[in-house]
Design a protein around this ligand. Structure first.
Ligand SMILES: NC(=O)c1ccc[n+]([C@@H]2O[C@H](COP(=O)([O-])OP(=O)(O)OC[C@H]3O[C@@H](n4cnc5c(N)ncnc54)[C@H](OP(=O)(O)O)[C@@H]3O)[C@@H](O)[C@H]2O)c1
Length: 287
């Protein structure tokens, strides 16, 4: 597996990570299947897994995905090589997704995530899931800074943020990564300045739902140019999209999700798919 660096930290991660969300939210697979996916990811050389306190069914199931990942890593001989990035700042009342930037809540959920992930080492990367307009960013981020100072968090990332919000946050904490939605249906990071900002400031950009998510992924072939190029290359459109993202910018670290081994294996093979500048241009031109 090729590797990439987390921001400017010097920490080496696999060039492609695994998104843990589909293993714990509604429609999730049986525990044995979920564990098999995580184990296969480790075998394939994945050393970066993305999760969140909110990857669960509802409030009573909080931290499900973190506990699942931690237990697989604890049982696996190479589990210690894997870095886990979690998030906090969303609630799951009755399965809905609700932003909650109250610093008291953030303090509590960071402590719970720390426990769920083993309770021994600091959380490798804690990402603020999304700003909450009801609280000034500085108030919310004070809880994060305190957790860094207390040794609960090693590195801090942001998610669902604009360039202005990244700059504001960086006055409060050292930020190493940004996780925003980026896929063929949603190319805003190319124009809103966030991708460019990450490149300029050496922040890792983590595109979420890189394949469009569990519903849209089934429609990827409807991008005719993508489907045609995938056929020419004898690869799946999913593998092609991931190879495209990897080639698009050295700061991009895709985290495709998977509940099936077949999807996982196909996606990870994107690491060895090299695209020519002409092929990149064809995908860039897709509307
Ligand atoms: N920060 C945020 O606000 C935020 C929001 C959403 C997601 N995320 C993160 O981003 C990660 C990725 O997003 P996502 O899981 O929503 O969506 P995704 O990675 O775009 O798509 C995942 C879906 O694609 C399918 N798939 C993956 N690789 C495939 C392949 N090679 N061939 C065919 N199907 C394939 C999977 O199918 P099977 O399930 O059938 O294997 C799964 O249903 C999440 O897991 C989570 O960690 C973050």
């Amino acid at each position: 597996m090729k590797s990439t660096q987390l921001g400017k930290t010097g920490e080496e991660l696999s060039a492609m990570g695994l998104g843990g969300m589909p293993l714990s939210i509604q429609g999730r697979p049986q525990a044995e299947q979920a564990r098999a996916v995580l184990i296969r990811a480790i075998e394939l050389g994945v050393t970066f897994i993305d999760t969140a306190d909110s990857y669960c069914l509802n409030e009573t199931d909080k931290h499900h995905n973190e506990r699942l990942i931690a237990s697989v890593l604890a049982d696996h001989p190479r589990g210690g090589e894997v870095k886990v990035a979690t998030k906090g700042g969303l609630l799951r009342p009755d399965g809905a997704w609700e932003v909650h930037g109250d610093p008291k809540h953030l303090k509590q959920t960071i402590a719970e995530s720390h426990q769920a992930l083993g309770g021994r080492d600091p959380i490798f990367l804690w990402q603020w899931h999304a700003p909450d307009s009801r609280f000034p960013m500085e108030e919310s981020l004070q809880a994060v800074r305190d957790a860094v100072d207390a040794g609960l968090i090693r590195y801090v990332g942001l998610s669902n943020v604009s360039v202005e919000e990244i700059e504001r946050a960086r006055k409060m904490v050292d930020v190493v990564s940004v996780q925003n939605k980026y896929n063929l249906w949603h190319r805003r990071p190319e124009t809103d300045g966030v991708l460019e900002y990450c490149e300029q400031h050496q922040l890792t950009f983590i595109p979420w739902s890189p394949l469009g998510g569990s519903r849209q992924v089934k429609h990827l072939h409807e991008f005719k140019e993508m489907a045609a190029l995938a056929e020419d290359l004898q690869v799946s459109p999913m593998r092609l999209v991931l190879a495209y993202l990897l080639a698009k910018s050295p700061c991009i670290l895709p985290i495709p999700g998977a509940t099936r081994l077949k999807s996982l294996e196909d996606s990870m093979a994107a690491i060895t798919l090299t695209l020519t500048s002409q092929q990149m241009a064809r995908i860039n031109a897709i509307k």
